[in-house]
Design a protein around this ligand. Structure first.
Ligand code: NAD
Length: 498
């Protein structure tokens, strides 16, 4: 049985912790590894080591830091397949989906390769007589990232490539459920020439998270996970004086207008609702057809598609969707389906009781479709994070928009229509952070930034892209005047007003 190691100061070691949790292969239900939950001392040692290492790294010219990023990117390209297999082994997503995750992570490394340009400051000559001013962004020191299970390689790469390129050292606390992919990425970064102690992986649970949030030498924390934990991390981290960005959960709606191409909309809903077994923070979990005719026609198109979803392990090349991550999560999703039925929603396709021959102990849930879901039902209010799509019927465009505005989450949303006016108004007025127009999953590319609104993000910065560079640096503005400027004697007014 493999024991997952920590990686600190350029070295991998097995934690001495007696607190250990099992890691499973969700396709088979078998335990694949054991994960020690690091001791507080191990975290403290990692931080102390990172504090020392960061001094030289922060002073390294950005161009040299970029060269390490270029090599890291080349190695990620070379080992993308292996990384995808590491992801699937513990997460369960199908191989192509895992490869897509790796590709979106690599995009963030690509962006970080441009760090010399991204850190270029601003300069103003003659802000006063013979006085110049420049602004510059400097690293924070040691920063940390706490990540969820659903993108074990990509979400850490939303964080550490930018943070490290900016000159910081990084402590990563991955999800306990799929801890292996970040370890392979760590190996590759070290092979690329990253100095020891700049990227550190310390595994753990709440105890390690609390240790990170309270540690005086950790200056900023990026968190991605569920909303209750995001809020907790934001409150505890900011109380300790840290900069915190905490991205939370989602319930993403897609409006289908009467003029939309319904085949296109139904196909889009299949990928966005059931891809990665619905375990994506940008998954569409609520379809909102406008008008009864649109709703009836949409259900008619969705039903056979959901019934014929190809479900299988990552090793099955034809599978469109894999198992969900753990047995506990599967049971939670099945509980949501029960509650939808009890609360009176119409169950059009029932994914309960799905089993796969040869994989009877895997954590599979069949694609599930509900119609006539109402906003007071639990399956509407809460994030299910599984292959369950709810259809909420609305009469008008305004009713559909009001529905979205009534939800506590506001991560992503989409509208399918041929009407440019409706689309433009939707993009302009909707109170959601990421919007798709005939695009079901509008995840911003790596040179834009990613972030929801309302209870989908706590903090002032979105993640990665330009916002990431701002988050991981602090601004310094220097105003300079050379001695010739003060030869006239003492001054008692602002020199820039002269
Ligand atoms: P989670 O909140 O259970 O765990 C996230 C991290 O927090 C893990 O590293 C975990 O160890 C830690 N954690 C868990 N419980 C904790 C506690 N009580 N105290 C301190 N730390 C704790 O989330 P998950 O189940 O791994 O991931 C799924 C969630 O993440 C979904 O809600 C999904 O929407 C969200 N997510 C959001 C985004 C986004 O960008 N907004 C992206 C991906 C996932």
């Amino acid at each position: 049985m493999e024991t997952i190691e920590n990686a600190v100061g350029g070295r991998r070691y097995v934690s001495s912790s007696t607190r250990r949790v099992p890691v499973y292969n969700p396709a088979t239900g078998e335990q694949s590894a054991e994960l020690p939950l690091s001791t507080p001392d191990e975290l403290n040692q990692a931080v102390a080591n990172a504090v020392k290492a960061q001094i030289a790294w922060g002073a390294t010219p950005p161009m040299k830091r970029a060269r390490v990023m270029f090599k890291f990117k080349a190695l990620l390209d070379q080992y993308a397949d292996d990384l995808a297999r590491e992801i699937s082994k513990e997460h369960g997503k199908v191989h192509d989906d895992a490869l897509g995750e790796v590709a979106r992570g690599i995009d963030c490394v690509d962006f970080a390769c441009g760090i010399p340009h991204l850190l270029k400051g601003e300069f103003s000559r003659n802000v006063g007589p013979s006085i110049d001013s420049y602004s510059d962004r400097q690293p924070l020191g040691v920063v940390a990232g706490i990540t969820p299970f659903n993108f074990p390689a990509m979400v850490p790469m939303w964080m550490y490539p930018a943070a490290i390129a900016c000159g910081n050292a990084f402590i990563l606390k991955p999800s306990e459920r799929d801890p292996s992919a970040p370890m392979l990425a760590w190996n590759l970064f070290m092979e690329a020439g990253l100095p020891e102690g700049i990227l550190n992986v310390v595994h753990g649970d709440k105890e390690t998270v609390d240790g990170i949030l309270d540690h005086p030498d950790i200056k900023a924390v990026s968190f991605v996970g569920s909303t209750p934990i995001a809020e907790y991390v934001y409150q505890r981290g900011t109380k300790a004086g840290k900069r915190v960005q905490a991205l939370g959960g989602a319930k993403n709606h897609m409006i289908i207008m009467p003029d939309a191409d319904l085949d296109q909309a139904a196909d889009a809903l299949m990928g966005a609702g059931y891809g990665s077994a619905g375990e994506r923070c940008m998954a569409i979990s609520v379809a909102v057809p406008v008008g009864e005719k649109t709703a009836d026609a949409l259900i008619e198109k969705l039903k056979p598609r959901v019934e014929s979803l190809k479900i299988g392990p990552a090793t099955d090349k034809d599978a469109e969707m894999g198992p969900v991550v753990t047995k506990m999560h599967r049971d939670k999703i099945l509980g949501y389906i029960d509650s939808g039925v009890e609360e009176g929603a119409s169950l059009v396709v029932d994914g309960r009781g799905f089993t796969l021959q040869g994989y009877e102990n895997g954590y599979y849930v069949g694609g599930t479709l509900f119609d006539h879901v109402e906003p007071d039902m639990k399956i509407y209010r809460e994030e299910i994070f599984g292959p369950v799509l709810s259809v909420v019927r609305r009469e008008t465009f305004k009713d559909a928009v009001d529905l979205i505005h009534g939800h506590e989450y506001a991560n992503g949303t989409a509208i399918f229509t041929r009407d440019g006016d409706a689309a433009r108004e939707f993009a302009d007025k909707i109170e959601v952070g990421m919007v798709g127009i005939n695009v079901p999953i509008p995840v911003p590319v790596a040179y834009h930034s990613f972030g929801g609104w309302k209870r989908s993000l706590f903090g002032d910065h979105s993640i990665y892209g330009p916002e990431g560079i701002h988050f991981y640096t602090r601004l310094k503005t220097v105003t300079t005047r050379w001695p010739a400027g003060i030869k006239g004697g003492a001054e008692f007014t602002f020199p820039s007003l002269k």
